[in-house]
Design a protein around this ligand. Structure first.
Ligand code: ATP
Ligand code: MG
Length: 417
């Protein structure tokens, strides 16, 4: 830990464990942080479990000025901040499931109880932070051996039945770490695929988002497809083997924070609108990604409009401006070899960023009053700039004034008659 973690975080963990010890409670580092420390690839998302009252402890720390308390929640968990780092503390808990797929009933428990409710052996280890056995590894399920043998293993045969989101999680870790599902775990996963039907849309979507936020999600997506998981959640993808290629192209095209939305649009590309609507409702998709996905299919169905020799840039802009960016990007990736691609590419790399240099204030300075006329002139400037008819600010001023003059002439004409 001392080798891999930044000092302020270590210091905060030390203060927590000292305070816990003072209250006759115990603190442990758990989950992904322990896994990644043992793998030698540290993870700064620290999770601590307290045998005792985590929220009380976090409040004490905040009152003593040792950290900021960002939030505390149901189930006795709290988030602390120290400088740039955050740290989650949770009361050790025991979980029981009323029925498969139900949210668990939670009661306070020991570190053993807390580890027993976890998903995989590699995620079910803890390191004691208490002064008397500081640094001792608690590994009740052979997590360390599984890390060495590169295996993802559930803790018990009922694990996927208790919580089928673990199916998605297991594949995520397997593919991220280059591990393999342990043989029995793999059998259980296949047996319990139907349990995904018991999981709410929000929870499945959350796990899907975690996958799409991985560095190379195509591996997990391909594996989920091969295992039949995607079909089960209404997201069957066509074109085996193409996922990897289109996802790589996506990474060359979009900013990292836009990637998950673009991946989604690529995943649904070969679906019908009806299948897409079923998916949106199954996963209870929020408005934003739903719009991007619907736009993807709408644009795919209208691309014929762009399939002609050299349309004017302003026409391309008018056609594409109403679609969400990921939808345009997904179509650009999917249509790479077709004539429309040139227009999509021009729009993405250039046209969508074009703005006239003059704004309403500048037009007022030129003596054009605010109102519908000004709006029309601004749109004309934008169009002229897209089509390269104006380049400099002076060009725009000339065009604005000539449009104004033409407009005045049109207005005065009827009075002359
Ligand atoms: P990552 O590096 O992806 O953040 P992590 O192990 O920190 O990995 P989290 O999703 O942050 O994963 O969850 C923290 C810990 O909580 C996990 O290590 C695991 O022990 C436990 N956990 C999370 N979700 C589940 C679940 N559905 N069932 C059982 N345990 C879970
Ligand atoms: Mg984590």
């Amino acid at each position: 830990m001392e080798e891999h973690l930044p000092l302020p975080l270590l210091e905060l963990a030390r203060q927590i464990s000292t305070r816990a010890a003072g209250r006759d409670e115990r603190a442990y580092l758990v989950g992904g942080a322990v896994r990644d420390l043992l793998l030698g690839s540290p993870n700064l998302d620290l999770d601590l479990v307290i045998e005792g009252d985590a929220v009380h402890l976090a409040q004490e720390l905040a009152e003593a000025g040792q950290a900021d308390l960002l939030a505390h929640h149901r189930f006795g968990t709290a988030t602390l901040r120290c400088g740039d780092h955050t740290l989650d503390v949770a009361t050790a808990r025991k979980e029981t499931y009323a029925h498969p797929g139900a949210l668990p009933e939670v009661t306070p428990g020991t570190i053993r109880d807390d580890l027993a409710r976890r998903d995989f052996s590699i995620n079910a280890m803890a390191v004691s932070l208490s002064p008397h056995d500081h640094g001792e590894l608690i590994d009740l399920y052979g997590g360390r051996t599984d890390l060495e043998q590169r295996l993802v293993r559930v803790l018990h045969p009922g694990s996927f039945r208790d919580d089928a989101t673990r199916i998605l999680r297991g594949v995520r870790y397997e593919q991220r770490l280059g591990f393999e599902l342990e043989a029995q775990t793999s059998g259980l996963l296949r047996r319990d695929l139907h349990m995904l039907d018991t999981i709410s849309g929000d929870r499945i979507r959350h796990e899907l988002e975690l996958i799409l936020n991985e560095r190379e999600p195509e591996h997990a997506i391909q594996r989920l497809s091969d295992l039949g998981v995607l079909t089960r959640i209404g997201l069957a993808v066509e074109g085996e083997g193409e996922i990897a290629e289109v996802f790589r192209k996506a990474r060359r095209m979009a900013e990292p924070e836009q990637l998950p939305a673009l991946y989604l649009c690529l995943l649904i590309y070969s679906r019908t609108m009806q299948q897409l609507e079923a998916l949106i409702s199954r996963l209870n998709m929020p408005t934003r990604p739903s719009r991007a996905m619907r736009d993807t299919l709408r644009l795919k169905n209208s691309l014929g409009l762009l399939d002609r020799p050299s349309p004017r840039p302003s026409e391309v802009y008018d056609l594409l401006k109403e679609y969400d960016t990921p939808a345009v990007q997904a179509n650009a990736i999917a249509w790479e070899t077709l004539p429309a691609h040139g227009s999509l590419d021009l729009f993405l790399t250039n046209l969508r960023h074009v703005r006239p240099s003059l704004d309403g204030e500048d037009l007022k300075r030129l003596g054009i009053p605010p109102g519908p006329e000004m709006g029309a002139i601004l749109r004309a400037l934008h169009r002229a700039k897209l089509d390269g008819e104006v380049v400099t600010e002076a060009d725009e001023e000339r065009l604005a004034l000539s449009l104004r003059a033409a407009d005045d002439a049109a207005k005065t004409e009827p009075q002359k008659e």
